[in-house]
Design a protein around this ligand. Structure first.
Ligand code: NAD
Length: 248
């Protein structure tokens, strides 16, 4: 595994799922980690010599500024917070659209704007943004708003990578297929009546994956560690697909 010894990482939505697995993997690779989440109860059990936890609602612009000031300059910013809206164009509402873009995109605009100046002063830094294959990369059924937000993440990532490539900043986004996390279980429950049962709804998610299984948060975390580390120093502006073959 790549070494992150001597580096400091800031992670949003670290309470569960991919964010939590990544906070743990960053620490296992040697980084000092600031693990944040809006739901502080979910951060329980993460604190260690290498992981400090802190509340952060990424919908709150002032809270982001305060969190960045408290964290000081970091080497790695992992924007993991996001919400999966299910539904088609004709089912989408204005409120859902606004909420999704606030949580999945505006939050990243704000965190990147808050942390980038410190990285630029030092002439180095890595930003990782959580996108998805459901974005500009692949059409996925019932993901109208979600895909729009994650395509915007792909665009923001390339833009930031382009503007700061000569100043020591790398910015990439991760594009997972379906990953077994607590919110996936909620989506399976929500789809259970339409699919006939929860197990049929789960089977439909698995059937999309040519490898015949869902991803694990730890597999996505391993990619984040690699992209955050110096072994990935020639990679920027990319949308890295990790999807069990979903986009094949
Ligand atoms: P999850 O959805 O199970 O958990 C999300 C976490 O985000 C929770 O701990 C929650 O408390 C936190 N959160 C919610 N609102 C927040 C806010 N306003 N501020 C701070 N934290 C907040 O986790 P997951 O499924 O691993 O998803 C994490 C990211 O990965 C999301 O951006 C999601 O879109 C993306 N993603 C997930 C999958 C998947 O199949 N699970 C696939 C591709 C991309």
């Amino acid at each position: 595994m790549a070494s992150l010894t001597g580096k400091t990482a800031f992670v949003t939505a670290a309470g569960q799922g991919i964010g939590r697995a990544t906070a743990l993997a960053f620490a296992a690779a040697g980084a000092q980690v600031i693990a944040t989440d809006v739901d502080t109860a979910k951060l329980a059990g993460l604190e260690s010599g290498q992981i400090r936890t802190a509340p952060l609602n990424v919908l709150d612009a002032d809270a982001i500024k305060r969190a960045a000031e408290a964290a000081g300059t970091v080497d790695i910013l992992f924007n993991c917070a996001g919400f999966v809206h299910q539904g088609t164009l004709l089912e989408a509402t204005e409120d859902e659209w606004a909420f999704a873009f606030d949580l999945n995109c505006r939050s990243m605009f704000r965190t990147m704007q808050a942390f980038l100046p410190g990285m630029l002063k030092r002439g180095r830094g890595v930003i990782l943004n959580m996108a998805s294959v459901a974005s500009s990369l692949k059409g996925v059924p019932n993901r109208f708003i979600y895909s729009a937000t994650k395509a915007a993440v792909v665009g923001m990532t390339r833009s930031v990578a382009t503007d700061y490539v000569v100043r020591g900043i790398r910015c990439n986004c991760l594009c997972p297929g379906t990953v077994q996390t607590p919110s996936l279980d909620e989506r399976i429950e929500a789809n259970a009546s339409g699919a006939g049962s929860a197990s049929a709804a789960r089977a439909a998610f698995v059937a999309r994956q040519p490898m015949g299984r869902l991803g694990t948060p730890e597999e996505i975390a391993g990619l984040a560690v690699y992209l955050a580390g110096d072994d990935a120093r020639f990679i920027t502006g990319q949308s890295i697909v990790i999807d069990g073959g979903l986009t094949l």
